[in-house]
Design a protein. Structure first.
Length: 602
């Protein structure tokens, strides 16, 4: 029995219960079958009572569970449902084809005029002062041509207002719009489509969605004492991501670096002394690029990640990509074919916790020296590119591909890695910012001990408060495989503040979430008769309606392949108990021995 809330919404709960009672109470069916009664919503459970309050319908999960519980058994399945699945994969081909399924279609199959927003595609995140795309799919069910008014709201403001036409020939429409991200934080939107005539079900005309707008503008200082084409090429590559801004500064004019997240040192020399000190005091990550104008003695004094032993001779170095690099995802965009970088000849040794992305070659011979290396020391990250003329790399890539896309992405990944510090948090909480009412509202957490190892003995509690009603609830987390989880499915729609506390260490994590008033079970006006018919055909069963339940009963009784099974239990026992037989044999053997002894035969 489909126990979801869509059954009473389609006014089918009374006829569903009537058909159910006819089936389970029929004497002949009880005589022929052992009847197992299940309720179906988000999962499948043994039950003989139904409240029709399920928030999700997963017929595919029911199919898998039936196959698992009744493996290698022959049985018919009667499925009382509207066929509208809200969660899971395609169910019509998930049932065991060797066991017949007889769907009873619940709900009015009469087609009515209905407009519906079926899907909204939008990224969860957008960047401040950018624009983000939204794609909305709408469908129409009806026999005449109509027009509809499509709108997107943010609060009371109308951001989009369009007229869309539908007809029996044109039953779908795709609306693609671009919305501005003008406010930082979680932004809620509502898409709505209203027909020119009244509809039976207005609930599926509206769909809410949310986007978190983040201010991720990364300010980068590029310090250089010389003019070089590399500086312009590097600035353009970095700023191809609109969230990056590069400021070129002469090192002797540096005052403070508080507003910057990363400092790039281009061919540093003694004029960079103050800049290095300021960077260390600010705790910033760095990207050092060397070349023929670099003072390597000075550079050896300013950092401890790499040791340079360089001569005055110049050399051309070709790049060799390291496919085993794992700090972040990287792609070989043809580095081996890139023009060489020029640098002083000598030896470069990376120390400590270093990872090499590009190594160097001289005239086809691998030097086993790094060309692009990343280092991490006490939570601070640094990158080193050994060689100038990287502007030729960007130009070469454009000549080969007619765009800068993958080269600029390569540079952006370096900047992204260096713009983030690797400070590990002890308490980690994972959750979404927005949930739909009826969806699983799951929050997971885990705690790392002082060695940053997963603490199995951690204990978590969540306190959650509705910002409007001030309703306050507390829940305990339960242990999962590699984390602790809590499910807040029972919460009503609204905005919530919550605090997760690790009870042993008293560490806390706080944030907000919102549950949208969106009932997915109210999105349907008719049962999905077509898919239920496909299910019946696939399993060689038959489709029925509630008023034809008596015909279904006769069909089940007439099915010759489902015959009652008689079991005979046969217990075999010996006429003479084996203990008595053993004693008798011992007596006979002993008697024979005495007789032989008495007659002198032994």
């Amino acid at each position: 029995m489909d126990n979801s809330s869509s059954i009473p919404f389609l006014n089918a709960n009374k006829e569903a219960l009537a058909s159910y009672q006819k089936l389970v109470n029929h004497p002949a069916l009880q005589e022929k079958f052992e009847i197992q009664s299940y309720q179906l919503d988000s999962d499948l459970q043994l039950s003989n009572s139904f409240n029709f309050k399920g928030k999700q319908t997963n017929l595919e999960a029911a199919a898998r569970l039936l196959q698992k519980n009744y493996k290698n058994k022959s049985f018919p399945t009667v499925l009382l449902t509207d066929g509208n699945q809200t969660n899971g994969n395609e169910y019509e081909f998930s049932f065991d084809p060797l066991n017949k399924v007889f769907p009873i279609v619940l709900g009015d199959t009469t087609k009515v005029t209905d407009l519906k927003i079926t899907q909204v595609n939008v990224n969860k995140y957008a960047f401040y002062k950018n624009q983000f795309p939204v794609e909305i799919f709408a469908t129409y069910s009806g026999k005449e041509a109509i027009t509809a008014n499509f709108k997107i709201f943010q609060g009371k403001s109308i951001l989009v207002n369009q007229i869309i036409s539908f007809s029996p020939q044109k039953k779908t429409a795709v609306v693609q719009v671009v919305l501005p991200a003008n406010k930082i934080g979680l932004q809620l939107y509502k898409a709505q489509i209203i027909a020119s005539k009244k509809e039976k079900n207005p609930f599926n005309n509206t769909s809410s969605f949310a986007v978190e707008v983040m201010d991720q503008k990364t300010e980068i200082a590029l310090l250089s004492a010389i003019n070089h084409p590399d500086i312009g090429a590097l600035k353009r590559a970095i700023e191809s991501n609109v969230q990056r801004k590069v400021t070129v500064i002469k090192p002797q004019y540096i005052n403070e670096l508080k507003k910057y997240k990363l400092v790039i040192f281009y061919q540093p020399n003694k004029h960079f002394n103050t800049a290095f000190e300021t960077t260390k005091q600010a705790g910033l990550n760095s990207f050092i690029i060397t070349g023929t104008s670099t003072d390597y003695s000075f550079l050896n004094q300013q950092q401890s990640d790499v040791v340079f032993k360089m001569s005055n001779q110049m050399e051309d170095y070709f790049a060799n990509f390291n496919s085993e690099f794992t700090l972040f995802s990287s792609e070989n965009i043809g580095f081996e074919s890139f023009p060489p970088l020029q640098n002083s000849f000598g030896t470069i040794n990376a120390k400590g916790n270093s990872s090499v992305l590009l190594s160097s070659k001289i005239r086809g011979i691998d030097t086993e020296s790094p060309m692009l290396v990343f280092s991490e020391n006490q939570g601070k990250r640094a990158a080193y590119l050994f060689g100038e003329n990287s502007w030729k790399w960007r130009s070469h890539y454009f000549i080969e591909n007619q765009n800068f896309e993958k080269y600029d992405t390569f540079i952006d990944k370096i900047i992204q890695y260096l713009s983030t510090n690797s400070v590990k948090q002890s308490l980690v909480v994972e959750h979404q910012l927005v949930y739909n009412l009826g969806d699983p509202i799951e929050i997971s957490a885990y705690y790392l001990n002082k060695n940053f190892e997963f603490d199995e003995k951690a204990r978590f509690e969540i306190s959650i408060v509705n910002t409007t009603s001030k309703m306050n609830r507390k829940y305990d987390f339960s242990r999962a495989s590699n984390s602790f989880k809590v499910n807040l499915e029972s919460l009503p729609a609204g905005k919530y503040n919550f605090i997760v506390t690790e009870l042993n260490s008293k560490e806390r994590f706080s944030n907000t979430l919102e549950i949208l008033d969106f009932d997915v079970e109210k999105q349907f006006v008719n049962p999905d008769e077509l898919r239920l018919q496909q299910l019946a055909n696939y399993t060689k069963g038959n489709l029925f309606y509630p008023d034809k339940t008596d015909q279904l009963i006769q069909k089940l009784l007439a099915e010759s392949e489902y015959q009652p099974i008689q079991k005979d239990v046969v217990i075999k026992s010996p006429l003479i108990e084996w203990v008595s037989l053993l004693i008798f044999l011992l007596f006979i053997l002993s008697l024979e021995w005495f007789v032989r002894k008495y007659n002198g035969l032994l």
